[in-house]
Every structure is written in C-alpha cells, then in structure tokens.
Design a protein. Structure first.
Length: 529
C-alpha cells in the first residue's frame, strides 16, 4: 500500500502539469511572485498544458503583489498577460480569476475596466460575482471621487443580489459627502442604519467629518412638515422618519454615552426601541398566517383570524402553556394556573385595566375545567374575554405568534422561538421583532417578575427633531460605557416644536417611541383636523 502511494506520487512529480502545479503552490504559499513568474515562463516555453488552477494561482499572486512598489509594474504586466493567455487557450475564468483581474485593473487606476470585467461574468459558466469581485471597481471610483460610477456599481450589485457591507457603505457615504451629494449622504446614513447595529470607528469618523463640514450646515429646512415627519416615524416603527434633513444651521457633534433609561447623556434626547415598519409587519403577519394555514386545519385558523379582527384591542398576548408549565413537574402533568393568573393580573394592572389575551390549547382547558378550584378562575377569564382556546390537533404556537404580530403588541413567553415552526418563517427581522415585543418572566419564591423589552435599541437613530445618534462598535465591558455620536442642531427643535391640530405628539406620554407605555402596541394616528 505504502509502495503504491510512493509510486503514484513519483509519477505525478514526473507529469509536467502536476510538477508545475506543485511548484506554483509553493510560490503562492511563500508569496514569491518572481519565482512564480519564472515557473510560468518555463511552462510556456515548454508548452506545458495550463489549466484554470494554474492561471488562478498566478493571478492571485500578481493581484496581491501590486501593493509592493518594487513589484507593482511586474505584477501588472504578468497579471494581464496571464489573463490574456488564459483567454487565447479557451480556459474559462471563474469568480476568483475575475476578482484578481479586477484588483489588477483597479491598481492600474482603471476602475472602468475593473467594473466591465465583472459585468461580463454572465458569459462564463458557473461564475457568479461576490462582494469581493465588485470591491475593486467600487472603491476605485470612490477614491477617484467619481460618485456617479460608484452608484452604478452599487446598482449592478443590487441587480445580481450582492449586498453591501459596512466598508462599501462607508466608502459610498464618504464619496457622497466629498462630492456634496446631500441626498445620497442621507440615503447612505439610512442604509447603514438598516444594515448595522453599530458602526466602526472608521465609519464614525466619516460621519463626524460630514456633519462638521460646511455643506452639512446648509441642508434641510427650518420649517419642516411636522405631520409628514411624525407620520414617517409611526409608519417606520420608530427610531427614524426617512423624510429628509430637518432643521438648518451648524450641527453640534459630540461623543457621549447613553443612560440606562435610553436618554442621551449629552442632549437629553430619548432613544427608542425600534420596531419593524408597517410593511414588514404586514408581510410578517402574512407569512405566519400562510404557514399556519398549510399546517393547521384551514377552517380552524381562518376562524381565529376572523375572531381576531373583531377583538383587535388587546395590547398583550400570553403563551398560556409556557407560563402555566414554567418550573412545573412535567412527569406529573403539572400546570400552575396561579402562575398564569399572576401574569394576567399583572398585565391588567400595568395597562390601565385592560385584559390581555391568553392563548391556551383546548386539551389544557378541559383539564382545568375538571378541577373545581381552577374552574372558577377559567370562567372569570372567559367572562372577561381573556381566553382563546385552540382546537384539538392544533399547534397553539401559530395562534399566539400570529396574534402578537397582527395586533402589534407584546408577547409574554419564555419560548425563544427557535424550533422548526419559527425556522420556517426565515425572517431576517424576526430577532428585531422579538427584541421589541417579547416579554420574558420569572417566578422567584412565587413572586412574578416581568422582563419588559429594552428601553432603547442599539442602532442608528434619527429623531423627529432631525437629531442623529450613532452607536460605535469597539468592544466594551458594559453597555453604559459604549460611545455614541450625538449629532444635533439648534434649529432642529424649532422645526418640529409646533404640532398641527389633531396630530398627537409621540413624546406626550413620556415615551417618544411610538408605543403605549406598557404594551408596546403602536398608537393609532389621529386624522388631521
């Protein structure tokens, strides 16, 4: 066996293509460009049959060597020569080939070619661009202050399903600021907000430079449309309005921290717990309903949907089984109705005497009704409209989740929603929704403690006044020590100080976060008078 392996290895070393590959790999590991070029020249002169892997190894070395001033010229010459040779031999490039050539083109200062080579990838079989494939052209155009071409690269990336990350968004933000493209600056600030929870120090500096510049002080209007801005905040789930620059004049840019209650320690602005917007909420509710209809008896779930339409005033939903079975002996079938009652009464008292909705399986209800001590309490819940029982054969998870999403209210459960039914949802904003709506609970020595959603979200926030608060990412020992950018302007407060008749102020309840004080359910907008 060992002899056969040695014989096979010896045979491979005698094969010119295999020998070339072996030696080229050694040069690649050692980052030896000149050694690789010597091997390549020898292989060409010997008519060694070259394949895609050979060319990619050489292209990789060339593209990685352009940063060395002493090697740049050689790397560019041999890189383009190898790619042309690859084409003449009919060797089809892959994504790695194209990425390497795009990097060479950008190093040569030819971002146009770096972009064109990526756009031609469709003609190569099984060659699909990745983020790194577009970076040379995108960063090249940004460095050249060619904002329009940089935007074209972004648009093409969007068309082929490649998402930008922080480095790319920051480059686009910076070139927009440098070229005075004020609307684009605003757009990329919001793209950063929707893509990241915190920004890096490098991004924070770009943001600071923009707001401290003269062009930033000129953007916006002293008198903004208050109704439009407030409507934007409500529609978008809080934490941003997306209606453009508010206020005018110089910005005040500071680095500060945020108090535990969510107030900025610099300007006193109340940060909010950001919810998913109306469009995402409706889409989320629709996907939950569609999946439930596939897996539940359709008539049963349709009946629940119709019932919920007529009983839409609930501000909290309770996963009855999760609360009743908390810390109970499952082997004995233990279910604590007293725990469930404690949760119901606590929510009732917190919300100004409004009953929550408890979702409980019919099988569980039958067991409670058979016990005289619990029957009285169940009947009381029924009389107060507290209880909805799901039918036999159903999974009550679908019911309480749909109700919480549809009614945009709190959900009391310790279920982390990680099992198969939640995996089916596959929503990238599911975690954001949970952060805003899920209430955890504990019972310590029989005493209930509700853990309400956080008072504010760790995410870039834009207020009605046009203020911006930007969390910075470096690792810290405690959240209270995290550095934030606080960006305000004196005219921002005046721009929204006068509220039109018939439009309620989000801050009037001391919340400033689109929600009722206990439940987290969005306030309905009042029609303008």
């Amino acid at each position: 066996m060992e002899h056969a392996k040695k014989k096979k290895k010896k045979k491979a070393s005698e094969n010119p293509e295999a020998k070339f590959q072996l030696e080229l790999n050694s040069c690649s590991k050692a980052k030896d460009l000149l050694g690789a070029i010597s091997l390549y020249d020898t292989a060409v002169s010997n008519d060694t049959r070259l394949n895609q892997h050979h060319f990619n190894a050489l292209l990789y070395l060339c593209s990685n060597s352009v940063a060395d001033p002493s090697l740049k010229s050689t790397a560019l010459h041999y890189g383009f020569r190898a790619f042309h040779h690859m084409s003449t031999l009919g060797v089809v490039p892959n994504e790695a080939s194209v990425t390497a050539v795009a990097r060479l083109a950008a190093a040569k200062g030819d971002s146009d070619y770096a972009f064109e080579i990526v756009k031609t990838m469709a003609k190569y079989n099984n060659a699909f661009p990745r983020l790194r494939t577009f970076d040379p052209a995108l960063f090249g155009f940004c460095e050249m202050l060619n904002a329009d071409r940089a935007y074209q690269v972004e648009e093409h990336m969007k068309g082929v399903g490649v998402a930008l990350e922080e480095a790319e968004l920051t480059a686009l933000l910076k070139v927009s600021a440098q070229c005075g493209r004020v609307d684009k600056v605003y757009e990329y600030l919001h793209k950063l907000r929707s893509s990241l929870r915190c920004v890096s120090e490098a991004t924070a500096v770009v943001i600071e430079d923009w707001f401290r510049g003269s062009r930033a002080s000129e953007v916006g209007e002293v008198e903004s449309e208050v109704v439009r801005v407030k409507d934007g905040v409500l529609r978008n789930g809080g934490g941003w309005h997306g209606q453009g620059w508010v206020g005018k004049g110089d910005w005040i840019v500071s680095r500060t921290t945020v108090c535990a209650d969510g107030r900025c320690c610099c300007c006193g602005e109340q940060l909010v717990c950001v919810d998913i917007d109306d469009v995402e909420t409706d889409k989320f509710a629709g996907s939950v309903a569609a999946l439930a209809m596939e897996r539940e008896i359709k008539a049963n779930f349709s009946e629940f949907q119709a019932w919920l339409e007529k009983h839409a005033s609930y501000e909290a939903i309770v996963d009855g089984a999760n609360v009743g079975l908390y810390q109970q002996n499952f082997a004995d079938g233990g279910f604590s109705i007293s725990q469930l009652d404690d949760v119901v009464k606590e929510l009732y008292n917190r919300s100004g005497k409004k009953w929550p909705l408890v979702v409980l399986h019919n099988k569980r209800l039958r067991g409670l009704m058979e016990n005289p001590s619990s029957r009285r309490l169940v009947e009381e819940w029924m009389n107060n409209g507290v209880l909805y029982t799901t039918p036999n054969g159903s999974n009550d998870d679908w019911y309480w989740l749909f109700a919480a999403v549809k009614l945009r209210c709190l959900l009391v459960t310790n279920d982390e929603m990680r099992d198969h039914i939640f995996e089916l949802i596959g929503s990238n904003f599911f975690n954001q929704w949970k952060e805003r709506h899920q209430v955890h609970y504990t019972f310590v020595k029989g005493n209930l403690k509700l853990q309400m959603p956080p008072s504010y979200s760790l995410v870039i926030q834009e207020s009605e006044k046009g203020y911006w608060h930007v969390p910075i990412a470096p690792g810290i020992s405690s959240e209270s020590a995290r550095c934030w950018l606080c960006i305000t302007r004196p005219s921002g407060h005046d721009a929204v100080a006068t509220v039109s008749n018939g439009v309620s102020s989000l801050d009037s309840q001391g919340e400033g976060n689109n929600t009722c004080s206990i439940t987290g359910k969005r306030k309905e907008r009042s029609p303008p008078s």
